[in-house]
Ligand binder design. Structure first.
Ligand code: UN1
Length: 507
């Protein structure tokens, strides 16, 4: 073990774990190593699950409000250190500084939601057919919750999962993304500062093998996962077949924006640029398809292309930057491969800043993972892979449509995913048609298709997810409900007119 490497947090202690290997966090803007971390093994995960399992009984017996107190401490620390942490997010995952900071803000919003919820009424009182019976819903925590989180929201998404799991009375084993272990380290330090009881919160740093060990462990009744569709479906397939095990998965999308003949083009261009290029196209909710009515197509195209040529790709710590680098070399390669595929499929390329000119790369950042917008137009065909497969980068297709909103929505829905989408239109009938027929979990009108607030369910349909691992919906995944009925009478009376008389041979 390298002595200066950061460790796992298991059972209230910083531990090196079994593995001989370490890995580095790299600043995507410079290619420089930030810090070294221990790479977790399945046996480290095993120890973390042991600790979480052991701590569960005592933790669940605290009141909601007492559990939430630990989260309030973290809330205050996140607020006090927002700027500092925002900068760390930016240095570790490359998104520009307003986004790095917004990640931390989104994290404390979720902590506020979860901890605040502890003082809200819980459960429903349900009427009974029998006047002497009271029925109501109770929730029980499920136990050890496995949380596997992505690098693009390295502070917010861990709290989507963990704040809720913990306040509901579960314990946690968390694996942060291997690209953003420094954010993981700081979050674990916050739990330590808050004095969370040993074993209630555990973090194992590492790669997919550590994540797989969490999924394999049948002492983990629920896995919350936000990340790629490929991994999410593997987890879903495995846990779906196991009695008593649950998943809540949020994966990617091939999100679209419909710009109708009734669109305000200022709103359309602004929404499209935000949705396609913010976070360098690396949100699950980023848009890679712009479906534009033929009447406004030429003007929209001209204006969108002009912006795509101009958006500032630069040092993410500079507040005038719109797009930072992508997260790592793998993402650069995938982006180029997907652009090549589009070219092979015969699209008409409109903007190609995929290989940035040296003069566009900020000084001292030559080793960073830089790409710029890649925009093309193509006629719609259900067979084209480039308009169906997620890239996770600033790769955008313009697809012209003729006809009514029904035609646009048909194109919009003709992808295997369904996470987020938007319509830009001044006509409420078109908006309502879209609202009722778009196959997505998050939908917007006259807005970008990014930027959901934490109190909304965040999840998709089709290949984009199962459940919503955030806010109220995450509670479903980390608790079991009991429908509880109590009899206030000495007589037993049954519903549905069922006789409660015990008849004997004497009768
Ligand atoms: C993601 O896309 O990976 O809605 C998460 C948004 C953010 C969360 C994005 N609140 O854009």
């Amino acid at each position: 073990m390298a002595d200066d490497s950061y460790k796992h947090y298991i059972d209230g202690k910083w531990v090196a774990g079994d593995g001989p290997e370490t890995f580095e966090s790299v600043n995507p803007a410079t290619g420089e190593a930030i810090a070294t971390f221990q790479r977790g093994t399945p046996s480290d995960v095993d120890r973390a699950v042991d600790a979480a399992d052991e701590a569960f009984e005592e933790w669940r017996n605290l009141s909601y409000i007492d559990r939430a107190e630990y989260l309030w401490d973290i809330y205050h620390e996140l607020r006090e250190r927002t700027d500092e942490l925002g900068e760390i997010v930016t240095k570790e995952c490359g998104k520009e500084i307003s986004e790095g900071t917004a990640d931390v803000v989104e994290a404390y919003h979720m902590v506020e939601w979860a901890a605040g919820n502890a003082r809200h009424p819980h459960g429903d009182v349900v009427p009974s057919e029998i006047p002497s019976k009271d029925s109501y819903m109770r929730r029980q925590p499920r136990g050890v919750i496995g949380c596997i989180t992505p690098w693009n929201f390295p502070v917010a998404i861990p709290f989507w999962h963990m704040a809720i799991a913990l306040v509901e009375g579960n314990t946690v084993v968390w694996k942060p993304a291997e690209q953003t272990p420094w954010c993981g380290q700081i979050i674990a330090e916050m739990f330590d500062d808050a004095g969370i009881p040993d074993g209630v919160f555990n973090m194992v740093q590492g790669y997919g093998d550590a994540g797989a060990a969490i999924v394999e462990d049948d002492r983990v009744p629920t896995v919350l996962f936000t990340g790629s569709a490929e991994v999410g479906h593997e987890i879903g397939d495995k846990l779906g077949g196991e009695a008593g095990r649950e998943v809540s998965l949020e994966m990617g999308g091939k999100n679209g924006i419909i710009i109708t003949d009734e669109a305000d083009l200022d709103v359309a261009v602004h929404s499209a640029v935000m949705s396609s290029f913010k976070t360098t196209g690396q949100r699950c909710v980023s848009s890679e398809r712009l479906i534009v009515h033929t009447d406004v197509y030429d003007e929209f195209k001209e204006r969108f292309v002009e912006m795509a040529e101009q958006v500032a790709v630069d040092d993410p710590l500079d507040e005038n930057t719109f797009m930072g680098p992508v997260v790592d070399r793998g993402q650069v390669e995938k982006f180029h491969k997907c652009n090549d595929l589009a070219r092979q499929e015969g699209v008409n390329v409109l903007v190609d800043r995929s290989e940035l000119d040296v003069s566009e790369i900020p000084d001292g950042h030559e080793e960073g993972y830089w790409v710029g917008p890649f925009v093309y137009e193509t006629e719609y065909s259900p067979d084209l892979r480039c308009i169906k497969e997620e890239v996770f980068g600033p790769h955008v297709a313009l697809v012209e449509y003729d006809g009514d909103i029904e035609d646009a929505v048909e194109i919009h829905n003709s992808v295997p995913y369904g996470l987020s989408g938007a319509i830009v239109s001044e006509d409420y009938r078109q908006i309502n048609y879209y609202r009722d027929h778009a196959e997505v979990g998050l939908a917007y009108a006259n807005l970008p298709c990014i930027g959901a607030e934490v109190q909304l369910p965040f999840g998709g349909v089709k290949k984009s997810g199962k459940g919503s691992p955030s806010a109220r919906e995450a509670i479903e995944a980390v608790t079991d409900r009991t429908a509880w009925t109590v009899n206030n009478s000495k007589d037993i009376e049954m519903a549905q007119g069922l006789s409660a008389d015990i008849k004997t041979d004497e009768d």
